[in-house]
Design a protein. Structure first.
Length: 92
């Protein structure tokens, strides 16, 4: 894993993580009380290294800090939340 810093690129409505020369991102739509993550993407050459999980972990930390909930609008996020029950309190 890269252990990079996940940032909220609000102008692009996505969370971003620089990883090994590439950019992983998770698109979202903001609702009043929740963030709906609609698509997660990691560059093909970097897949299978845990980068998308790191991205979502960082995104969830930002969502928590903002006092919002999360809605899994893509399969990866839904699977991640199922595998990480410690984030159950964030699920809208």
């Amino acid at each position: 894993m890269t252990k990079g810093v996940v940032r909220d690129s609000r102008a692009r409505s996505r969370f971003e993580l620089d990883a090994e020369g590439g950019l992983a991102f998770a698109n979202y739509r903001a609702a009043p009380q929740a963030i709906i993550i609609t698509h997660t993407e990691t560059p093909p050459a970097l897949r299978g290294r845990g980068i998308a999980s790191e991205l979502i972990e960082g995104a969830l930390a930002l969502i928590r800090a903002d006092g919002r909930k999360v809605i899994a609008g893509c399969g990866f996020v839904a699977d991640y939340l199922r595998k990480h029950p410690e984030h159950a309190d964030l699920v809208a």
